[in-house]
Structures are given as structure tokens and as C-alpha cells.
Design a binder for this molecule. Structure first.
Ligand code: GN1
Ligand code: MG
Length: 372
């Protein structure tokens, strides 16, 4: 089945060996991903093939140009500092004509990477130790890109984290009620209106240049860091589709939202959802260890705001998509987006309850950062 979908695509990429097997990878809410196994005299060669969702990524060429620039920079930085970049940076496989993308006859847009073996990514983070390592992975990613000129990157999804504009889009969706789903959502809608000012705060801080624009990943879920199978150490950050200029507060906040929640992003039983403070602390430790020295005090002080804003943003994005009739995110049931939205709302309420604790955690690091 899977093979039938991709067999016409495979010969267009410079894969080495003969094709053995393809398997669909189901994690990921927008693109379609396949793991490919090829074989030659030296053994197996594994690749990741992806069909890019062009409803989400309207300009895949810009996405790929960003990825090429960023991976080149990461590779050079790694070689300079560690002497090697092996297994530590994504490597694009070009098409037979040397392009980063292949376009099929029906308009599908495809790209491929070398698969990084003997590593795994965590959909659920079980321990604080693992969460600390995820923090180190994303922190190191920030550090390696610290000197990358952010202005060279395309805004491949314009206003991706512009939460004020996203709020207006949400209000428009409610008003249009395209899928006839608004009735009965009073509580959810009110929830967003109540947090309207808070969710725009990072945009305002960036506009006022209180915090700097940096090169950010913008999708820092724990499963976007590969951990080495043997050592458990973070080796490579993946899913670079949304690398763009942004704020470190979003990257920090999104990682906590996803990895320090006690339940999955789409947990239907909201009584199971809260913020695991041990994991939040562990992530913060790992992240700050790698980024101390260049994150400003203005940023460090507002890390908890990052958690609130991004959790609210995701809740609102899922709710907007539910109201629109599931146009953006892949869903496995008609109410999947609503379940996701409610899960994020529940998590946000717990984050709000723990605000002082989170602030104290951050300020401890602020002192340490400024005293060394
Ligand atoms: C999407 O497809 P995936 O899992 O890489 C989304 C992110 C959301 C995430 C929520 C381009 O990421 O912004 O945070 O789902 N990616 C895009 O799970 O919209
Ligand atoms: Mg992603």
C-alpha cells in the first residue's frame, strides 16, 4: 500500500542501493513521512522521505532554502567546535537533477533526508533526565545558530507565531462558522477572549525590541530531538520546516508545553493533564546550560510567559481549525482538533496556577546567569 503511494517518487532521488522496504511514520500533524530502506554491498541505507503539506507550506522552495542554509551553518559550526558533524545535523538527499525538492505530476512536493540511525525521539518524555537532555538539544541548537544572520531566512509561514493576528483569524473563523461547529463552544471561545491580551505579549515585546529576534526552531516538541540509543544524549534537532526568525520564548515555551505535560497533546481525559514541574525544571536546566551567556535577562525573566503564550496559541490554533472544519491539521476523528484544544486549555490553566513557582524557577537561573 505504502509502496504504491511512493513508488513513482523514489527513482527521482539519489538514494544508494536497491529499494527494500518503505514504512509510513504516523507522528507529525502536517506532512506525510515514510522511512525507506535501501541496500547495497556495504549494508542498509536508510532515508526519510516526506511529502510536504502545501496547504500549510505555501512556498516549499523557501522552506527548503531555509533548511539548506541552516543545515550548512550547523554543519560548519559543529565541525569547527567538535571536529565532526556526523549524525548531528540533517543531511538533504538531492533529486537526480540536483534539486532539494521533487514535484510529481499531481502537484505533490517531496524531499528526502538521510535517516539518522541508532537514535530515537520521544513522543512522551518519561523522566526529568530525558527532559533535561531534550533541553540541552534545543539549547545547543540555539547556540549553534547564534551567529546565523536571521535576516537571510524567509518567513516561510508568515506570522507563524503572531498571536495577535492569529486571534483575529480565530474571531473571523467563529464569525464565519464555515463548518457549522460554533454552537456549544461558548466556554472555549470565552477562554480565548479572556486571554487575548496575554497572548499578544511576545509580539509586543519583539516589536518594542525589548527582546531580540533570533533564529528559532518554532516547533520544539520533544520528538524533534534525536537522542542517541546508547548514551541517551541529544544528538540532532530535526523537523526544520519552521526555522525562521522568532523569539526564544516560543521555543522554550513550546518544548515545556509538549514535553512537560503529564499527558499527550490530544489526551481526551483532561483530568490527566497537568504541568510536571520536575520535567519543566529539568528542561530549563538543560536549555539554560547551553544558552547561558547569550540569552538576555529580559528573555530569561519571561520564559514562563513563553509557556503561557504558546500553550494558548496552540489551543486557539486547534480550536480555529476545528471551527474551520479541519483544514490544517491531520485528524483521526471529527472532534480531534476540539479534543486537542481542550487538552491545551487544561494545561494552560495549570500553568497559570503555577505561575509563581515558574517565575521563581526562572529567576534562580537569572541570578546564576548574571553572577557568572
Ligand atoms: C504541527 O506536524 P508537526 O507535528 O511537525 C505544527 C506545529 C504545532 C504541532 C502541534 C507547520 O507540527 O506548529 O505546534 O503540529 N506545524 C506547523 O503538534 O503548523
Ligand atoms: Mg513540525
Amino acid at each position: 500500500m505504502t509502496y504504491n503511494i511512493i513508488k513513482g517518487i523514489l527513482p527521482n532521488f539519489c538514494f544508494v542501493g536497491r529499494f527494500v522496504q518503505a514504512q509510513e511514520v504516523t507522528s507529525g500533524n502536517v506532512n506525510n513521512t515514510y522511512l525507506l530502506r535501501y541496500r547495497d554491498a556495504r549494508g542498509d541505507n536508510l532515508y526519510t522521505l516526506q511529502r510536504i503539506n502545501t496547504y500549510v507550506f505555501k512556498n516549499p522552495d523557501e522552506v527548503m532554502r531555509n533548511i539548506a542554509m541552516v543545515t550548512d551553518h550547523l554543519r560548519a559550526s559543529l565541525i569547527r567546535t567538535l571536529g565532526t558533524a556526523e549524525r548531528r545535523v540533517l543531511e538533504l538527499i538531492r533529486t537526480q537533477t540536483g534539486e532539494a525538492l521533487y514535484r510529481d505530476e499531481s502537484g505533490g512536493v517531496w524531499r528526502a533526508y538521510t535517516y539518522i540511525s541508532n537514535a530515537h525521539a520521544l513522543d512522551m518524555v518519561e523522566t526529568p533526565e530525558a527532559m533535561e537532555e531534550v533541553g540541552r538539544g534545543f539549547g545547543r541548537f540555539q547556540r549553534l545558530l547564534y551567529d546565523f544572520p536571521a535576516e537571510q531566512l524567509f518567513h516561510s509561514i508568515p506570522n507563524f507565531h503572531h498571536t495577535i493576528k492569529r486571534f483575529y483569524a480565530f474571531v473571523r473563523a467563529v464569525d464565519e462558522d464555515k463548518a457549522g461547529r460554533v454552537a456549544g463552544l461558548e466556554e472555549e471561545i470565552e477562554f480565548m477572549f479572556d486571554r487575548r491580551r496575554m497572548m499578544g505579549e511576545i509580539v509586543r515585546l519583539l516589536d518594542a525590541q525589548v527582546i531580540p529576534l533570533r533564529v528559532t526552531h518554532n516547533d520544539t516538541k520533544s520528538n524533534n530531538v534525536l537522542l542517541d540509543e546508547e548514551t541517551g544524549k541529544a544528538i540532532c534537532v530535526i523537523d526544520l520546516d519552521t526555522v525562521m526568525p522568532g523569539s526564544v520564548l516560543y521555543d522554550y515555551g513550546d518544548a515545556i508545553r509538549f514535553g512537560a505535560s503529564t499527558a499527550a497533546e490530544d489526551e481526551p481525559d483532561v483530568s490527566r493533564i497537568r504541568l510536571d514541574m520536575d520535567k519543566a525544571k529539568a528542561f530549563t536546566r538543560g536549555f539554560i546550560e547551553e544558552t547561558a551567556g547569550f540569552l538576555t535577562n529580559e528573555e530569561l525573566l519571561r520564559l514562563p510567559l513563553g509557556i503561557k503564550v504558546i500553550t494558548c496559541e496552540l489551543a486557539m490554533r486547534f480550536l480555529t481549525d476545528y471551527i474551520d472544519g479541519d483544514l490544517y491539521f491531520k485528524v483521526n476523528s471529527p472532534d480531534h482538533n476540539l479534543v486537542r484544544a481542550r487538552a491545551q486549555m487544561t494545561l494552560l490553566k495549570d500553568v497559570e496556577r503555577r505561575e509563581e513557582e515558574l517565575q521563581a524557577m526562572t529567576e534562580r537561573y537569572l541570578n546564576r546567569a548574571s553572577s557568572c
